[in-house]
Design a protein. Structure first.
Length: 678
């Protein structure tokens, strides 16, 4: 039963709205939230619809008047009952928004008055009706303490009702000053309020645009063969020196696998051997030993002070250190002895180690999120984030979050972001789509994806279209990685330089967030541990590696060049504007990105053939390039930011030819005639 049957307006079909308002949509600082809704009522009255918004910590609402998406030629009413309004987010944290709408008798009266005047009808009685509406608005202004407005409205009501000639009264009725006063003191008694306050989670820019580089600190020691140190364990001091190399390639986030003490019990050997040999360093994901657990540092990496120096040095170079958070324990982890109730036991009394049958991970104990002391477990795990945030870390990659409690993540992330709204969390969950999406809804800032296994034009196009369309785009930020320490796809195993180039170019330009595991990627590491496996042979997960960073076949310079292009072109800083352009050759993929005002428009063409030259005629969506008004035959210039070449194109059909060894891609900046770029 409605609380008041005089509330005639219906509000429905609100967008964006995730799961009936259960979860927040996502934006970064300075971005716009555009809200649409179906708003209508019985009859033909005019409506007023307001978008209300505020930072969650502020008590008062800001109001934006919503406008018709498709107004009818007469009267301004929405022909399809769809309304739109926007606001900009300028603070980290959470914003709230909702909608109010009502039948606006003043707007209805004014609209009908204009129609009657245009038809030459007598309107003196109508003016008296309008005067009564103005008088009522004056009374509302007086009740609200707006005495100045109340006096003006009272005078206008008198003048509108009588005393002046009709033409002068019409001038007053249609005056903009009166319209503003009537809007300010509108009759909202029977306004319909949307039943929900919807949330926006606002992150910093790096949540939307970032380039990640993963490396193992223990493999950063210099090769000093004269001292017999080819296998020396790298330290944070060694990594400090390596940071300049990473910064030179243009990355802004340096992601480190777990930096904690590594267990000895059931330690894995090289190439994931079940039994370690003397000197084997083990997997960093087998966290915990006599030296400590998740809040401690592997002694061979250095001290807490060394780590703080590393974080500061990265900041000086314009980068951030990201840490891996892996909620699992080695059998030697102190928590195993201190809190045995946090682990599941088998019938023989031993603790259940991790399994993915037939695989067994005896060096890892998972936490039991159904523990009787689940609250204590939750507090302990959140304290891991708190500790490293206290050490200056604001970016985390979370290992396998889909194997931990959803309820825990919702609570923990909300608490972390309430205290530190600048924290960024990357979800490493290669699992079913609905689970990946749920984790994103729960608050993870970015997410790994299936990109590594999307290779053909159709599946790449369909996948990107899915990720960049509502509702997924409102809560899921994809981060494309062509490789990880766990993923060496069969495409890369062929070892073709052109394939590495192709996968890098796609990752770096399809999405605004991307990453790579290096130096394995730029040095074309491609040998699997065995045929059919996606594991690297001599994987850094189980041993120290030495890398020749100066190899002449390195992709280092190309990576640096593309990262400069990404940084210099705002169109590449987000995903929502991506559009695919038709080309009859399935070995060529063409897509574009543009800023909202089309001041920066980028068109990318990549060959998917790593061995042969491919060509074709691309049919451009000129509207997506900001060229919808291009006159027939008018030329525009495309500037290839990869090679520096410039081409003059005309109309929507143009020729593209790509050679995987010479010109595997174009990254064009679109320029209208007379426009110049640096």
């Amino acid at each position: 039963m409605r609380d008041d049957g005089r509330r005639r307006v219906i509000i429905e079909g609100v967008a964006p709205e995730i799961d009936c308002g259960r979860f927040a949509v996502k934006r970064t600082l300075g971005q716009t939230v555009t809200v649409e809704a179906d708003v209508f009522a019985d009859g033909h009255d005019s409506l007023t619809c307001l978008l209300l918004w505020r930072p969650a910590a502020d008590p008062g609402w800001n109001e934006v008047r919503m406008t018709a998406v498709d107004p009818l030629p007469q009267g301004g009413a929405p022909g399809n009952d769809r309304w739109r309004g926007s606001f900009t987010v300028s603070e980290l944290g959470t914003y709230l928004y909702t909608l109010h709408a009502w039948v606006d008798h003043w707007q209805t009266w004014r609209r009908d008055l204009e129609k009657r005047v245009a038809a030459g009808q007598e309107v003196s009685l109508d003016l008296r009706i309008g005067a009564a509406l103005v008088e009522q608005a004056g009374e509302r202004a007086r009740e609200d303490g707006r005495q100045a407005d109340a006096r003006v409205l009272a005078g206008l009501a008198r003048d509108l009702g009588k005393g002046l000639d009709v033409d002068e009264r019409l001038r007053l009725a249609l005056d903009g000053e009166l319209a503003d006063l009537m809007d300010r003191h509108a009759d909202r008694r029977f306004a319909t309020e949307y039943g929900r306050e919807l949330a926006v989670s606002v992150n910093r820019e790096q949540a939307r645009f970032s380039a990640w580089y993963e490396l193992f600190p223990r493999s950063t020691a210099p090769v000093l063969e004269s001292e017999g140190e080819s296998e020396r364990h790298g330290t944070f001091r060694d990594l400090e020196k390596r940071l300049e190399y990473v910064a030179g390639m243009g990355f802004d986030i340096v992601y480190l696998p777990p930096i904690h003490p590594i267990g000895q019990t059931h330690r894995k050997g090289r190439n994931n051997a079940r039994v370690a040999e003397p000197g084997d360093v083990g997997s960093p994901w087998a966290i915990g030993a006599a030296e400590g657990g998740h809040k401690d540092i592997h002694p061979e990496l250095g001290t807490a002070e060394d780590f703080r120096r590393l974080v500061e040095r990265a900041r000086e170079l314009g980068m951030e250190i990201a840490l891996d958070v892996a909620f699992q324990c080695s059998p030697d982890h102190p928590l195993v002895a201190e809190h045995p109730e946090w682990f599941r036991r088998r019938p023989d009394g031993t603790i259940q180690y991790a399994e993915n049958p037939p695989k067994k991970y005896e060096d890892i104990y998972p936490f039991d999120f159904e523990s009787e002391d689940w609250r204590g477990l939750w507090d302990e795990l959140k304290s891991v984030f708190d500790h490293w945030i206290g050490e200056g870390v604001r970016v985390f990659r979370v290992d396998n979050p889909h194997t931990k409690s959803f309820a825990f993540w919702e609570w923990a992330i909300a608490e972390i972001r309430r205290e530190h709204p600048d924290v960024i969390l990357l979800s490493e969950a290669f699992t079913r789509p609905k689970i990946m999406y749920r984790l994103a809804k729960l608050g993870f800032t970015q997410s790994y994806t299936y990109f590594a296994w999307r290779r053909h034009k159709q599946e790449i196009t369909e996948y990107m279209t899915q990720l960049t369309a509502p509702p997924v785009a409102e809560f899921f930020r994809p981060n494309f990685w062509p490789n990880t320490p766990d993923i060496l796809t069969d495409q890369l195993q062929a070892g073709e330089r052109a394939m590495f180039v192709q996968r890098f170019l796609l990752a770096a330009t399809l999405t605004a967030n991307y990453g790579m595991y290096g130096p394995a990627f730029e040095l074309l590491e491609h040998v699997p541990v065995r045929p059919g496996s996606e594991e690297y042979r001599d994987s850094e997960k189980y041993q120290i590696r030495r890398w020749d960073l100066d190899r002449p076949d390195s992709l280092r310079e190309l990576i640096a060049h593309v990262n400069r292009i990404r940084r210099d072109n705002p169109a590449l800083h987000s995903d929502r504007s991506i559009r695919f352009h038709a080309i009859e050759n399935d070995q060529l993929i063409v897509y574009s990105k543009a800023t909202a005002d089309f001041s920066n428009v980028i068109l990318i063409a990549v060959t998917l053939d790593t061995r042969r030259t491919q060509s074709g005629w691309v049919s451009l969506d000129l509207a997506a390039l900001g060229l919808a008004g291009l006159a027939a035959g008018e030329a525009f210039q495309v500037h290839d930011l990869l090679t520096g070449a410039r081409y003059s194109w005309q109309g929507g059909h143009n020729y593209v030819q790509l050679d995987p060894e010479g010109t595997p891609a174009h990254i064009f900046r679109i320029q209208r005639a007379g426009e110049t770029t640096s």
